[in-house]
Design a protein around this ligand. Structure first.
Ligand code: NAD
Length: 272
């Protein structure tokens, strides 16, 4: 499994992780257990998902040494002003001593609180209770403010990114600043994207499913990617992306699937 180096003290992130948004806590326990059995070593949860307990139970019961696992959780919107307490609550729900990555979930630019929250994350990082810190749904503007005014540059920005919404400007900005791009909704939430005829052609050519083609595209772009599924066969399928390579022409063909209105989730400039 590929890992990518973060900009913090040699910390590495497994490039393929497992997302658990909209998964109830008891189900999360089951599906994270399945994912860890399949070989995933990276799990993406959030305080807002209400399933940190289930994720933590699965991680702790897995028998996999803690240092071989990468656990991410996130600071939710109402907690910008109380980030250290919220972090403690997340750790206690997870039943862990540290997380590998702690993210500010949304910037909420109208509230003007993300810099204060970031300073708390810097403190948590210095205490060693988060091995790395980063952000999610930050724009060039909000990220620039953090880079300019804070001491530590975020290691990752987790943003909506899939073939219909490729975020080229953000990816270039991240690259120029040593920040990894992490793709949420990497499969475009399944639905329309995985039925796209362009992917059917590639699926046939490589003998891989449309989901595997899309995930492989992310891997080759250098994105960290966290697909979600609660179906064991799909959890396994989504992990099978390291035994083939898309050629340059096919990477370009997927590049051409970008659309101007491909966003599925909220716009970070207005979401609060
Ligand atoms: P996704 O793109 O991973 O799609 C998941 C859906 O695609 C599944 O529910 C299923 O319907 C379908 N699917 C999955 N595997 C499939 C397969 N092999 N074949 C066919 N269909 C398949 O969408 P997501 O859950 O929105 O995003 C993934 C993760 O990203 C989340 O679980 C969460 O961890 C994270 N996320 C973060 C934010 C954020 O604001 N930071 C927002 C949304 C999601």
């Amino acid at each position: 499994m590929n890992s990518l180096l973060l900009n913090t003290d040699g910390v590495q992130v497994p490039q393929l992780g497992f997302g658990v948004w909209q998964v109830p806590s008891d189900v999360a326990e089951q599906v994270v257990t399945t994912a860890l059995e399949v070989g995933y070593r990276h799990v993406d949860t959030a305080s807002a998902y209400g399933n940190e307990e289930g994720v933590g139970r699965a991680v702790r019961a897995s028998g996999i040494p803690r240092e071989k696992l990468f656990v991410t959780t996130k600071l939710f919107n109402p907690d910008h002003g109380r980030a250290e307490e919220a972090f403690d609550e997340s750790l206690s729900r997870l039943g862990l001593d540290y997380v590998d990555l702690y993210l500010i979930h949304w910037p909420l630019p109208e509230h003007g609180t993300y810099l204060q929250a970031w300073r708390s994350l810097e403190k948590i990082y210095r205490q060693g209770r988060a091995k790395a810190i980063g952000v999610s749904n930050f724009t060039v503007e909000t990220l620039t403010r953090v880079i300019d005014e804070a001491e530590i540059t975020p290691s990752i920005n987790q943003i909506e990114l899939h073939p219909y919404f490729q975020q080229r400007r953000m990816r270039e900005f991240h690259e120029a600043n040593g920040i990894l791009t992490e793709a949420w909704s990497p499969l475009g939430q399944g639905q329309g994207l995985l039925g796209d005829p362009a992917l059917a052609v590639l699926s046939e050519k490589y003998g891989k499913t449309p989901a595997q083609i899309v995930l492989r595209w992310h891997i080759q772009l250098g994105n960290v990617v966290i697909p979600k599924s609660v179906t064991p066969a799909r959890i396994k399928e989504n992990f099978g992306v390291f035994d083939f390579v898309l050629d340059a022409e096919d990477m370009t063909a997927i590049g051409a699937m970008n659309t101007t209105d491909g966003r599925i989730g909220p716009d970070p400039d207005t979401f609060h």
